[in-house]
Design a protein. Structure first.
Length: 748
């Protein structure tokens, strides 16, 4: 070939070489093995350089600014040699290569453009899928999707000098299977090795993969030093299992397991999870309780499944080995206070206008250890339902506008120390809603019928009881609207007066047991109900009228910016039906309820409720919460809750930037009545470009006289893993309303 003048740049197209299409076997491979990145084998190869020599049908030598392009692969170098028959490139000096968006640089390259096989010396690389980067002594290209990094590094940090990276003697990056695997590996943070492992496996895209998770060391006030080394099994896209072997310095070895699943059958969806903890010998518990078994365990399991479109079943199971398990091992406030453990199996069938539910329920009650000294701390054991069958039916706008409903329940109640029995309840009801554009009137008639078959109890003989209690109610309301300006915006204000009248005659129910009944909490939802009790063992007599007034401010989209409400109930006769006493209540009116809630601006939201007794001129209960969110990662929550004779608490929580990349988080719940802190959380977070560090401590009450303190830390390496103790992220999210994760999009 004639050598071209140096200033002239040439493009030489080779199109006759590639005439073979993709292999059929490749196209028939299972989806899980098929590589998502494929080059066109028939694509032309274009070569360019300032000086080209050689034989076009055999070998081309490219000098100065050599460039070879074939479909998704592009190579640039100072000099290069392209062999046409082998479809192979050799390049030296400032070698750069682009493959499917990935970018590599190095001193020397040899690459087969057809198979994607080759090598690069002294390479650096950047991956498009997860923005990972690294450098090495050598990089071997196995095929179009797979490359092996020899004595190299890997990091998802974007800077030239990454804050964290892993260094391994062999690192396999397989984009087709979305997995990176490494041999002997050290993980560096700020150039300091923080973790070593003989092998490592991770997802290149952050997807789930089987393998060891990061060890999580930690410390707690009750158990001392702890170390957890979890192992994750990615069984299937809709199933996984995580094992949690844990060493607790003061107690021994504990094994935990969490299995989760989700799927679909011909009938519909099913999902569930089961978590189990087991400690074969608790040294500390055995020393403190020599007469009890030292094997300790806890299990919780839930499942929901549709058998057909109409028929479903579910279970909810919780159990623990002993009363002290929650306060010894729980890492959360809710876990430490869970004392009534439910075991329930139920099935539901849904008809055109009716539902049928059958269930069995039993409870395990974990007593507060201090209840042996103070009986007022004893946890009440609920009745078991063995079984309970519920039937509910309703139709609306039938026979000229009537609504009707029928509810029935058949339940066998069991308690080891109280009276047992069977209860049948049937409640038919009919209403006739009259609804206009600015008003509604709904008269309703209902009858509560019940029959009891009571077992013999102590000196009482078996007995049969029955009752029938009719109720008439009349619900009515008006809606007025006007245009107003609120907060500088055009809004619609409503004024909604409402009257709700109930008349239920007195029936003596003092002989009936209270299997599942208690006085309802007095609030806005309850004052518009016919019965002042929750449950079916008591139907309160009533001749009363509830008056309420609500005003709402709606923006142009119909969203509610502010709601103001007032309500009070007026009694026209004494309330004779009570839970445990026949002494009637002779109040002529109830406490007053006042509420205000809304989001008055883009940054401020509040909620408040007050229960006021006008007779004694005292506040019975009140709660106030306010939230201020002036920007990203900025939230301040203030709260105050009070119930006369019970509690008086204040709460404050916040997430706030302190300086530069540092954020502070905290929460305090303080009892003004007992003059002690009920729960506290304090922590710091640092948000770097490719990692987040969290540290802090949480203290919460576990029993009436004891508290637990957990110290946690977490180093989260974006795109790789997180190292740390406990779950500081979960603690912050659950304790601070409005908390925002610093590195959204990473991790679970």
């Amino acid at each position: 070939m004639t050598r071209m003048p140096k200033p002239q740049r040439l493009a030489y197209a080779l199109s006759a070489i590639f005439t073979v299409s993709a292999l059929p076997a490749y196209a028939q491979m299972p989806p899980k093995q098929r590589a998502p990145r494929v080059e066109d084998k028939n694509a032309v190869t274009t070569v360019m350089a300032e000086d080209i020599s050689g034989r076009p049908e055999r070998e081309l030598n490219l000098e100065r600014d050599a460039e070879i392009i074939k479909d998704k692969t592009r190579v640039k170098a100072d000099t290069a040699c392209y062999r046409q028959v082998e479809d192979e490139v050799e390049a030296q000096g400032n070698v750069k290569i682009w493959r499917f968006g990935d970018y590599f640089t190095g001193d020397e390259l040899k690459l087969n453009m057809d198979t994607g096989k080759g090598y690069m010396l002294k390479p650096t690389y950047k991956l498009e899928s997860n923005h990972a980067q690294g450098k090495a002594e050598r990089l071997n290209f196995i095929n179009e999707d797979e490359a092996v990094v020899i004595n190299g590094t890997y990091s998802t940090c974007q800077s030239a000098d990454p804050d964290w990276y892993l260094r391994s003697d062999t690192l396999n990056l397989d984009s087709g299977r979305d997995v990176g695997t490494a041999g002997k590996t050290l993980i560096y943070f700020k150039d300091v090795p923080i973790l070593g492992t003989p092998a490592l496996s991770f997802s290149l895209s952050g997807a789930r993969r089987s393998g060891w998770l990061s060890p999580t060391p930690g410390f707690g006030s009750k158990n001392g030093a702890e170390l957890v080394v979890p192992y994750y099994f990615n069984i299937a896209p809709n199933r996984d299992l995580t094992l949690y072997p844990k060493i607790i310095s003061s107690r021994g070895i504990q094994i935990g397991a969490l299995g989760r699943y989700l799927g679909e059958t011909n009938g519909g969806l099913y999902q569930g999870e089961t978590y189990l903890e087991y400690m074969p010998h608790d040294r500390e518990y055995a020393t403190a309780n020599p007469n009890e078994k030292s094997d300790r365990w806890m299990v919780r399991s839930t499942h929901n499944q549709d058998i057909t479109k109409q028929w479903a079943y579910s279970w909810n199971f919780r159990a623990a080995s002993d009363n002290n398990y929650p306060n010894d091992f729980s890492k959360t406030v809710s876990g430490s206070t869970e004392r009534q453990l439910l075991r329930e199996l139920r099935t539901d069938y849904i008809g055109d206008f009716w539902t049928l539910t059958a269930r069995v329920q039993k409870y395990q009650v974990l007593q507060d250890p201090e209840s042996v000294i103070d009986r007022s701390l004893t946890v009440t054991r609920p009745y078991d339902r063995l079984p309970a069958i519920n039937f509910n039916a309703a139709q609306y706008d039938v026979a000229g506008g009537f609504d009707w409903a029928f509810n029935a329940e058949l339940t066998r109640f069991y308690h080891p120390t109280l009276i047992n029995g069977t209860r049948l309840v049937a409640i038919p009801q009919v209403s006739y809603p009259i609804i206009g554009s600015s008003y509604f009137i709904t008269p309703k008639v209902m009858v509560n019928m019940a029959s009891y078959q009571l077992d013999a109890y102590n000196t009482q003989k078996a007995d049969n009881l029955s009752r029938s209690v009719p109720t008439f109610s009349l619900d009515s309301g008006l809606v007025f609207e006007r245009d107003v300006k609120f907060g500088g915006k055009n809004m619609t204000q409503t004024l909604e007066p409402r009257l709700f009248y109930v008349n239920t005659p007195y029936r003596d129910q003092s002989r009936f047991p209270t299997f599942d009944t208690d006085a309802a909490t007095f609030n806005f939802a309850q004052i518009f109900s016919e019965n002042r009790f929750v449950g079916s063992d008591r139907i309160g007599d009533a001749n009363q009228l509830t008056a309420a007034l609500t005003s709402r401010f709606l923006d142009a989209n119909g969203a509610e910016a502010l709601r103001l409400a007032f309500g009070q109930r007026f009694y026209f006769r004494d309330q004779r039906v009570q839970l445990d006493s026949s002494t009637p209540v002779g109040d002529s009116r109830s406490d007053m309820l006042l509420a205000a809630t809304g989001r008055i601006s883009e940054t401020w939201a509040f909620d408040s409720a007050v229960q006021y007794n006008p007779g004694s001129s005292r506040i019975v209960s009140e709660s106030y919460t306010a939230q201020w969110i002036p920007g990203q990662k900025k939230v301040l929550n203030l709260g105050y809750r009070y119930l006369r004779g019970s509690f008086k608490n204040i709460e404050i929580s916040s997430q706030w930037p302190i300086f530069q990349r540092w954020y502070g988080v905290g929460r305090v719940s303080y009892s003004m009545q007992d003059k002690k802190i009920l729960e506290s959380l304090v922590g710091l977070e640092y948000n770097a470009d490719c990692w987040v560090f969290r540290t802090g401590a949480q203290r919460f009450v576990t029993t009436s006289t004891k508290a637990s303190t957990q110290i946690f830390f977490q180093l989260e390496l974006n795109g790789l893993s997180h190292l740390g103790v406990g779950s500081p992220l979960e603690a912050m999210k659950s304790s601070i309303p409005g908390y925002q994760r610093l590195n959204e999009g990473y991790g679970r």
